[in-house]
Design a protein around this ligand. Structure first.
Ligand code: FAD
Length: 276
């Protein structure tokens, strides 16, 4: 099921047609409040993100962008200058820019963008995926930059040669990566954000923090809008630093399919919205 949904997610014809079907749009509502910024959500371009930064000044918001949306596929130099422009705008509003991590075809290019960007822009971070074998080495490469890393399990269909295949191995690597960097988090030489809804894993990471006499507020957690909202509230009330990532925009098709692939029960939920 997961592989099939991820195949649908990468299919160009489906991506251009499905979003126009009214019944498909109904199914997506649970995870995205809408397609327009006016309804709580923006679209995808540098000028637009600048508007978002300006519009959300004062609420300590952060933006998260896919490098291919900024042109990485077409011209990496242009993507870099777009990112720089966004990072400068964000800095003026005391905001922060995250680079999403896409499929493995973009991992090297995204890391290269980040290494260049971080040198002059402290208000930038990068997402790394625990399912990739290479991630420990990538973390080690980034540590001297005192980076900001959002650690996720990984949402794309990757071959076994480069990615852990079983949930157990991905979780074990996630935990190992957190153990590896936790003293750096404590010393504030690394901003680590746990990008996961896996509350059991978060508790295990917190045990490392507790052992190092850290405060709950030093553990940052990000979850997606509409997923485990009850846990988001509980963790925030318990004192953890919790933020919710709200995705929006009309290019929702592949994003939505990846959310369905993460939890088969979502497929039933989506079908219930679609069927009369
Ligand atoms: C803030 C944030 C940013 C992210 N950015 C990226 C990125 O840049 N690149 C990337 O590859 N991936 C990204 N992801 C997605 C990530 O890689 C995982 O695919 C996704 O978070 C599901 O894995 P999990 O860590 O929640 O753990 P899982 O083990 O998949 O889930 C743990 C539990 O959470 C619940 N849950 C998880 N997913 C869903 C869902 N879709 N619907 C309903 N319940 C669910 C279930 O109860 C499940 O048992 C991001 C995730 C988050 C939270």
């Amino acid at each position: 099921m997961r592989r099939l949904l991820l195949w649908f997610a990468g299919h160009a014809w489906l991506a251009s047609h499905v979003p126009r079907w009214g019944f498909a749009r109904r199914g997506v509502k649970r995870f995205m409040p809408g397609e327009e910024f006016s309804s709580g959500l923006p679209a995808a371009a540098v000028a637009h993100y600048e508007e978002v930064i300006a519009a959300s000044a004062g609420i300590r918001s952060e933006i998260s962008v896919k490098p291919t949306q900024l042109g990485l596929d077409i011209d990496p130099a242009a993507a870099y200058s777009n990112l720089e422009r966004l990072a400068d705008t964000a800095a003026r509003s005391a905001s922060f820019v995250w680079l999403d991590m896409e499929g493995s075809a973009y991992t090297d290019a995204t890391l290269d963008l980040y290494v260049r960007l971080r040198a002059g822009h402290r208000n930038t971070g990068i997402c790394l995926q625990a399912y990739l074998h290479r991630t420990a080495a990538d973390v080690a490469r980034l540590l001297p930059l005192e980076p900001a890393i959002r650690l996720v399990k990984g949402a794309y269909a990757e071959p076994r040669e480069i990615a852990f295949g079983s949930r157990h191995d991905v979780d074990a690597n996630y935990l190992a990566l957190c153990a590896f960097v936790m003293t750096e988090v404590k010393r504030k030489r690394l901003r680590l954000v746990l990008g996961t809804h896996d509350v059991r894993l978060i508790e295990q990471v917190w045990r490392f923090g507790e052992a190092l006499d850290m405060q709950r507020s030093q553990i940052e957690i990000n979850m997606l809008y509409g997923i485990r909202t009850d846990e988001q509230v509980k963790l925030a009330r318990a004192g953890f630093a919790m933020k919710v990532l709200i995705a929006y925009g009309d290019a929702w098709y592949a994003w939505y399919l990846r959310r369905l692939a993460e939890r088969p029960a979502n497929v039933l939920f989506a079908l219930r919205q679609i069927l009369p």
